[in-house]
Ligand binder design. Structure first.
Ligand code: ADP
Ligand code: MG
Length: 715
């Protein structure tokens, strides 16, 4: 099974290796075990049911809560050559009926549905009449009331499973790892504990950073400017904040959209589409945005405020870098923001025990903002990994900024606040410290304070930032409400009494994520043209990672292209020529000499240059170049039978041939049985035991593939 799984991975998806957990999950599922897969966002859960779907004889039903994204998922699958469709409420009835008919006729391997569909009786009737091999339940935490996104209709799934005969294999998938949610899932779906596969939660390509004590708007603008053109999501805690930040970016002419639950559905969809289609590169949003977002080239996720717990943080931050490219996850941390989250918990309808549970999670989120040790380590530790190592690349691990002693300035600020009786906010305090001529200051007599103008060599903005810094460090405590008043904490008292020094780090340097080269831009342009023509988001055509690899490896032909991550046979066929011609033209123009792209994919024996006279080797080379048997026969003007015998000859001579590509996976078991039963390796008696659609060559390929076993009589 695993060999076949690997073939599907390579030929359809164009990937060389399984990621952590995928192999294990696929093996369990194809062995008929109901499985719970827990992998982080972006870890690659989809392949864990898409590949088995190709290996199983029947249909795979995928239940997913996000109808707005089903179309993209299906488009992406169709592009890799996997027949699939979706059914949801966005489709007109006529279209639904047509699709149901096609499903009934076995035209699809994968069918995506929303859980609500399970409440439609006619649909349930259909499900009972077709052969369902696998039921994949995406975002499976939705089944649990402890999860962060409970969906009552997920509870229908249990009934569904009991009604379909024979029972399909069940695969539940989630990125939520809390024990309570896990338990709910396995109990409700009757999954055995030993069939829970949980991978490491590390995402190697994410670089975490906490930025505190800085002007957040300014940081944001600088960051976006420095990384212009890169896709990013900015999460803010409230709709109002989203509107404000969005306006701020818009005024600066930055290509930003926004998304929150206060907007109409049409507006939200439109904004989301523009983001997915690379029309706008920035999305400012509340946590309402992003569940199931498959956009793979999100390069940064910035949290303007802390979310309510680490689960949400990791899920939202994890939307960066699904394509495996280096990406940044930045938290702009201000301790007072915890108050918004506390407020939301307080206002909720949870019972007291549950609220306490939420508060304690919030405290751990705040502690993340404060920690000075490795951020990734903190996250992995939170998710239950034992002894996670330091990452060496997060903001804390790489922090080499100098500590500057700012005790005296801190004393000036703190004593000024004390003299103002701890009854004012940041702006007013900064004005007094810088000696502002504001009338209001005069009217309350603050111009008479000894601290008036004590920092007049600085501007108001700098002093405000410094006050933010003191707040972040816990010397000041803002009160609740829209115009928080700053109060001194116990630590502030220590500073004022000269018992505690204050150190401040220099400003954070804003890193530039990636430098894209000229060719990458050209390829991106071409990708955009295809995306527009085919009305799909660009990343459905090729991921950024694939384009970047192309622009570095400079493939010269189809064979080279196939070595590149994310290019399977179907995509090669659809786009190969066009992308090659852009690359070739670029290299010609720049006078770049190219080497072969090193073969990484399958260990292929290299074919010597003198193949011209050995006919079967010419055939072999053409096969390696990605041609089908039929095409080779046409091109060489020989019969398909000859091509087939060439391949067998090559195999005998030790040239590696991937026979699986000629054995449709759904037939393999049948062929194996027939070979057994015929007690012979002669083709005709075997063929007689099999349905007509299984060709001689499929049997031949099967025998070649298993030749060692066959000669030992094991098959
Ligand atoms: P999630 O676990 O969040 O559902 P996805 O299934 O959406 O993650 O996968 C995230 C990205 O990783 C996708 O772009 C997918 O094509 C890519 N991916 C998945 N498996 C592999 C693999 N074995 N090698 C390379 N890329 C992969
Ligand atoms: Mg997913």
């Amino acid at each position: 099974m695993l060999n076949k799984a690997k073939t599907v991975l390579q030929t359809y998806f164009g990937y060389d290796h399984f990621r952590d957990g995928q192999e294990d999950i696929i093996q369990k599922v194809s062995g008929g075990k109901d499985t719970l897969a827990i992998m982080p966002t972006g870890g690659g859960k989809s392949l864990c049911y898409q590949i088995p779907a190709m290996l199983f004889p029947g249909i795979t039903i995928v239940i997913s809560p996000l109808i707005s994204l089903m179309k993209d998922q299906v488009d992406a699958l169709e592009k890799t050559g996997i027949p699939s469709t979706y059914i949801n409420s966005t489709l007109p009835n006529g279209e639904i009926n047509e699709r149901l008919n096609d499903i009934y006729n076995g035209n699809y391997k994968l069918v995506y549905i929303a859980p609500e569909r399970l409440e439609v009786p006619s649909f349930l009737r259909l499900l009972k009449e077709i052969h369902i091999s696998l039921l994949a339940i995406d975002e499976a935490h939705c089944i649990s009331q402890w999860g962060h996104d409970f969906r009552p209709s997920y509870l229908q799934i249990k009934n569904l499973i009991s009604q379909i005969k024979p029972k399909p294999v069940v695969l539940a998938l989630t990125a939520t790892a809390t024990p309570q949610v896990q338990n709910d899932i396995i109990e409700l779906l009757h999954i055995q504990k030993e069939h829970v596969v949980m991978t490491g939660f590390e995402r190697e390509n994410l670089q975490f950073q906490v930025v505190k004590g800085e002007d957040r708007d300014r940081f944001l603008l600088n960051y976006i400017e420095k990384n212009s053109g890169q896709a990013g999501i900015i999460y803010a805690a409230t709709r109002k904040e989203v509107d404000r930040i969005h306006l701020l970016l818009e005024r600066k002419g930055l290509p930003a959209g926004k998304y929150h639950a206060g907007m109409s559905e049409a507006e939200r969809n439109q904004q989301q589409e523009r983001f997915l289609f690379d029309d706008i590169s920035i999305m400012v949003a509340t946590n309402a945005f992003g569940m199931g977002i498959n956009k793979s080239n999100v390069r940064f996720v910035i949290h303007y405020q802390i979310p309510r717990n680490m689960e949400s943080y990791y899920q939202e931050a994890g939307r960066a870098g699904r394509d495996g490219e280096e990406s940044a996850c930045i938290l702009l941390f201000a301790p007072q923001d915890a108050q918004i989250q506390s407020f939301l918990i307080e206002q909720s309808e949870m019972d007291e025990g549950r609220k306490e549970h939420e508060y304690s999670k919030l405290r751990k989120m705040v502690a993340y903002g404060h920690t000075e040790s490795c951020l990734q380590q903190y996250i992995l530790f939170y998710f239950g990994e034992e002894d996670p190592p330091e990452c060496g690349k997060c903001g804390n691990c790489t922090d080499s900024r100098e500590h500057v002693d700012v005790t005296i300035d801190a004393q000036k600020v703190l004593s000024c606040i004390r003299r103002m009786n701890e009854r004012f906010g940041k702006t007013m305090i900064a004005k007094v410290l810088t000696g502002s001529a504001d009338k209001k200051i005069k009217s309350v007599g603050f111009d008479q304070l000894t601290t008036f103008g004590i920092l007049k060599e600085r501007n108001q903005k700098e002093v405000s930032e410094f006050i933010d810094f003191l707040t972040a460090e816990g010397y000041l405590l803002p009160t609740d409400g829209q115009y928080p008043v700053l109060m001194l904490t116990e630590n502030a008292g220590n500073v004022l009494r000269g018992k505690e020094p204050v150190f401040r780090k220099e400003k954070v340097r804003i890193a530039q994520l990636v430098e894209d080269n000229e060719l990458f831009e050209l390829l991106r342009e071409l990708r955009r043209e295809f995306a527009e023509k085919e009305k799909v988001p660009p990343y459905v055509i090729f991921s950024d990672a694939t384009l970047r690899e192309m622009s570095a490896a400079l493939p010269r032909n189809d064979n080279d292209l196939l070595q590149i991550k994310g290019i399977g046979e179907r995509k090669l066929e659809a786009y190969g020529t066009d992308f090659l011609s852009v690359i070739n033209a670029y290299c010609e123009e720049k006078d770049i000499e190219r080497k072969h792209v090193p073969m990484m994919k399958v260990e292929k024996k290299s074919v010597s240059k003198s193949t011209k006279d050995s006919s079967h080797l010419v055939t072999y080379q053409m096969l390696q170049d990605g041609m089908e048997i039929e095409e080779i026969a046409l091109e060489r003007e020989i019969s398909e039978r000859t091509v087939e015998s060439h391949l067998i000859k090559c195999d005998e001579e030790g040239h590696e041939i991937d026979w699986d590509q000629f054995i449709p996976s759904q037939y393999e078991e049948m062929i194996e049985k027939a070979v057994d039963e015929a007690e012979s390796t002669r083709l005709t008696p075997i063929k007689e035991l099999l349905p007509d659609e299984i060709s001689f060559f499929m049997i031949r390929a099967f025998l070649q593939k298993n030749k060692e076993k066959v000669t030992k009589g094991e098959v």
